[in-house]
Design a protein around this ligand. Structure first.
Ligand code: AMP
Ligand code: MG
Length: 448
């Protein structure tokens, strides 16, 4: 089976909105072994929709359209499809009653424009939409010169409604025809290595498993490997296991996750939670981006206490206790200051780990000695020296009064390429990876 996707919406032609619905649809097609032949985006125009539909129907067996089923005047997908196929538009009484009930429940009278959402293409199978008011539709289209009818699905554009409809209607329909899922994928997420280096490392796997079964997707400091396998469920599982194991072996400890949902910040969060450790951050050039990323993870309050944006020298001194002399001697973007910020935030805010970033994100402010992209990262935390495993802690009263062990502070100097946004992102990415590695190392030496 071959398919085409048509995303409808004038906003998708502008710079503000990206067509993400087609990605969801593509994932489902891939799982069912349907070959996607083309993807199109058109505005809310009857002529454009009709032209794109005509082209698609001439080439593929399955056409998936999203968008343009709303109540407003600019939504014209159903009219365009009806006109293109020479079919009437009819009001579906059941759908209309459903929409009226929804408004009644809210204590409102249904606005006349919403009547349009009960309009369907005559002869279509109406697909009820439990998450919104516009139903979807399915049409089987026979045409001269076609060996078998083509199928057309119309889905709403609202992503959450589309997702529901995929599960309720598209997947079962595909499963019936494709004999179930025929392709599955496994992912590996990699931090801190450039795409080219990952590519070089995994080259042997291309030879062993076939180049087409491994896809590499990269953004700065974050590489995603997608391994895919076909065949029956048992074969797929075995092949994905073998591929994952091999790829992980080739890439090494830069692999931080094996599922799409996990992010570097969520992985770090899980490690902190597992270690019952807390974290605070002091940020200069990243202006809070690190804290923002950490708090994207639901439940991060378990381990992330908070942080400070110490952009000026004065706040570096007053909030995280960076000695003025250090700033005067080395400058704010320096190893000494990064280290002092990490130790300072850890002590001032009272956490197990303290992380700090100070650098020059550009485009101005660089010098020969400290060019744009110079970033110092520091991480202060419990000493990494292993505690002797298996030794019971002595009773508190007999512990000699020794001075507290100073934290171990790690430092990294980065020379990052790219623009301001990329430098800031990469700084947080590499710092999170430092923290991940530190926590993993701490985990392996901690007493059981
Ligand atoms: P519509 O069904 O065309 O009225 O779309 C409703 C909402 O869904 C709008 O806010 C759109 O921006 C969004 N939307 C429509 N099509 C897509 C798409 N292909 N990808 C992501 N969002 C979309
Ligand atoms: Mg629209």
């Amino acid at each position: 089976m071959q398919a085409a996707i048509l995303a409808v919406g004038s906003e998708l032609l502008g710079t503000e909105r990206l067509d993400t619905n087609s990605l969801r649809l593509t994932a489902v097609l891939e799982r069912h072994g349907v070959e996607l032949r083309r993807k199109m985006v058109v505005g809310d125009s009857e002529a454009e929709i009709a032209a794109a539909l005509g082209e698609a129907l001439a080439r593929v067996d399955l056409v998936l359209i999203t968008g343009g089923l709303g109540p407003t005047a600019d939504d014209v997908t159903r009219e365009a499809v009806a006109a293109a196929l020479g079919l009437p538009i009819v009001i579906d009484p059941e759908v209309l009653a459903g929409i009226e009930r929804r408004f009644q429940k809210l204590g409102w009278k249904m606005p006349e424009v919403n009547r349009k959402q009960a309009a369907v293409v005559g002869g279509s199978q109406v697909l009820a939409n439990s998450r919104g008011s516009a139903p979807g539709m399915r049409l089987d289209i026979s045409a001269a010169g076609r060996p078998a009818p083509a199928t057309l699905f119309l889905f709403p554009g609202v992503p959450s409604e589309l997702t529901g409809m995929i599960v309720e209607y598209l997947e079962p329909w595909l499963a019936e025809r494709s004999g179930g899922i025929s392709r599955e994928t496994a992912v590996l997420k990699i931090a801190g290595l450039p795409e080219s280096l990952v590519e070089e490392r995994i080259t042997p796997a291309y030879g062993e498993f076939g180049r087409e079964s491994i896809t590499i997707l990269a953004k700065p400091g974050d590489v995603l490997l997608v391994a895919s396998a076909v065949g029956d469920a048992g074969q797929r599982r075995e092949r994905l296991r073998a591929m994952t194991e091999r790829l992980a072996g080739l890439v090494g400890d830069a692999v931080y996750a094996y599922s799409e949902e996990q992010t570097l910040e969520s992985v770090v969060g899980d490690l902190l939670r597992g270690a019952a450790a807390t974290l605070t951050v002091a940020e200069s050039c990243t202006g809070g981006l690190l804290a923002e990323r950490l708090t994207r993870v639901a439940g991060s309050s378990d381990y992330f206490l908070g942080g400070v944006v110490t952009y000026s020298n004065r706040l570096k001194t007053s909030l995280v206790r960076v000695p003025e002399a250090l700033l005067a001697e080395h400058g704010a973007v320096s190893e000494a200051v990064a280290r002092a910020m990490a130790e300072g935030v850890r002590a001032a805010l009272g956490s197990d780990y303290g992380a700090a970033i100070t650098g020059i994100a550009g485009p101005g402010g660089g010098s020969e000695e400290k060019p744009v992209g110079t970033v110092h990262l520091a991480l202060a935390g419990p000493p990494v020296a292993p505690a002797a495993p298996g030794l019971a802690a002595p009773p508190v009263s007999s512990v000699p009064q020794i001075p507290p062990i100073p934290p171990t502070v790690e430092h990294r100097l980065l020379r990052l390429p790219g623009d301001r946004e990329r430098i800031r992102w990469q700084s947080t990415q590499i710092l999170l990876d430092m923290l991940r590695r530190r926590l993993l190392a701490a985990g392996t030496v901690a007493p059981a």
